[in-house]
Design a protein around this ligand. Structure first.
Ligand SMILES: Nc1ncnc2c1ncn2[C@@H]1O[C@H](COP(=O)(O)OP(=O)(O)OP(=O)(O)O)[C@@H](O)[C@H]1O
Ligand SMILES: [Mg+2]
Length: 455
């Protein structure tokens, strides 16, 4: 027998119904009878309505679920085709978590989080030519000792060069980068590193037991690629002193990277901005318990406060081995520092690793999933079924479901639990936070009325 799921009014429009058989719904959600996900206000902010549980209110809070031992990995992955409501979901999740006293940090490749920043008084940095906002990914951080600063800088520079070159660095190149970073002053910029790689010192050559000329030749491809990035795509964005001070007790930070969206520079900017953010967020205060996700609560003193870090459009990173490795490292760091990392991708294949990138990269892409026990699936193409089954271990009925979901409705897998949730927007959220179609409509109206370009 086929049982239509209840239709739900979402944001002023009626969502299409989906239909599953009662046998399917029973096999999908046997665990909802008995050990259900927590409900009620103590279960966290409302996300929407669980249509398979009689349209009951669906709450979600990673800290609450962690405290109740329902999840052990706090991170979240959101998958879905274009325009299905992924960003709207994460915007409202962040908004509602901010209202609960948590801090929010956003890597915003499309420039869609300004309204959220304005609503909550979150500092907003736009890294773009002509803007005075700047980030220096080599910034030392107050809690770092010199060795930690050097390690972190080396990882960032190597990841940046590797994304530009489209390959991993050789051991010699890597060692040269580390050597170049040994004696840099606290206020060093990426340009200083390029200069040293183009002109290695005797001290650098000594450390690597080689001659200056041989070292210069070996590391030249890295130096030239970094210089190309800094002179071209990244010009001025990440090669100048940082223009903001992050208040540890403030609401967070939005980094708008939209100037690079749709250009080859996007991945490099994401790596630089993300590295800077990660270093800032993972400062270990002396009272922080390493490995503890819970921290000291939403409004505790700086350092141990519960935080969320969003990487929207993360699929852009997953096509390059170095960027994939970097994102997986970020995912591990987040978990150890009481941060929920949220990554947004389009397809399961984004998370499978590219066939031509090698097994290590595939393992790293899959590792992101392993660290994310909250998986939110919006509509997926039927062609993704095999991968969805392999990567996400979906049941047959779940596979059927995720290829038929209407917009704004998602299958949530939380640990071993599942729900099918219609995402609800408050009027304020609908008007101020999530309407990414508005600019498209404005352009259309302007063109139709012949009133200009509609920019
Ligand atoms: N729950 C909802 N109720 C009503 N409208 C919604 C809802 N979620 C999203 N929308 C609308 O759908 C449009 C697209 O949503 P959104 O930008 O979140 O999609 P997306 O999946 O992030 O797309 P993309 O992959 O292009 O980034 C937005 O204009 C938004 O207003
Ligand atoms: Mg989006």
């Amino acid at each position: 027998m086929t049982r239509p799921l209840p239709s739900v009014r979402i944001g002023g429009r009626l969502a299409d119904s989906i239909a599953v058989t009662t046998r399917h719904s029973a096999s999908l959600y046997p665990w909802q009878i008995g050990s259900a996900l927590p409900t009620g206000p103590s279960a966290g902010p409302v996300i929407g309505l669980d249509v398979l549980a009689g349209r009951t209110v669906f709450h979600y809070d990673p800290w609450e679920l962690y405290a109740r031992h329902i999840i052990t990995s706090p991170n979240m992955v959101v998958l879905g085709q274009l325009g299905k409501g992924k960003s709207a979901l994460v915007k409202t999740h962040l908004h509602r978590q901010l209202l609960a006293g948590r801090q929010v940090f956003v890597l915003d490749p499309k420039g869609e989080y300004r309204a959220l920043a304005q609503l909550h008084g979150i500092p907003h940095l736009r890294l773009a030519p002509g803007s005075s906002d700047r980030l220096n990914p080599l910034d030392p951080h107050p809690g770092d000792n010199p060795a930690a600063t050097q390690r972190r800088r080396a990882t960032t520079v190597a990841a940046l060069a590797a994304t530009g070159l489209g390959r991993d660095l050789t051991p010699e190149e890597r060692a040269a980068v580390t050597a170049a970073l040994t004696d840099l002053p606290p206020a060093a910029l990426l340009g200083d590193v390029v200069h040293l790689l183009l002109n290695p010192t005797d001290a650098m050559a000594d450390v690597l037991s080689t001659g200056v000329e041989r070292l210069a030749g070996a590391v030249r491809p890295v130096a030239l690629e970094l210089r190309r990035l800094l002179d071209g795509d990244l010009s001025g964005l990440v090669d100048a002193p940082t223009s903001c001070h992050l208040d540890p007790d403030g609401p967070g930070l939005v980094l708008d990277l939209s100037a690079a969206f749709g250009t080859p520079a996007l991945v490099a900017v994401m790596v630089c901005a993300g590295s800077w953010l990660a270093a800032t967020l993972t400062q270990q205060p002396s009272h922080h318990q390493a490995g503890s996700f819970l921290g000291s609560g939403p409004s505790a003193a700086s350092g141990s406060r519960q935080r969320l870090l969003l990487v929207d459009e993360a699929w852009a990173l997953l096509h390059l081995p170095a960027a994939t490795a970097w994102l997986q490292a970020l995912s591990k760091l987040a978990r150890a520092h009481g941060i929920q990392l949220i990554t947004v991708v389009h397809r399961a294949s984004d998370l499978a690793g590219q066939a031509d990138t090698g097994t290590a990269t595939q393992a790293q892409a899959r590792g992101l999933l392993a660290d994310a026990e909250t998986r939110v699936l919006y509509t997926q193409a039927a062609g993704e079924r095999a991968l969805l089954s392999d990567l996400l271990d979906l049941t047959g009925p779940e596979l059927e479901l995720v290829t038929q979901l209407p917009p704004h409705r998602a299958l949530w897998r939380i640990g071993t639990h599942a729900a099918v949730v219609d995402h609800l927007l408050s009027p304020l959220e609908a008007q101020r936070l999530v309407d990414t179609d508005a600019s498209m409509r404005r352009r259309h109206t302007n063109r139709a009325g012949g009133q200009g370009s509609g920019s």
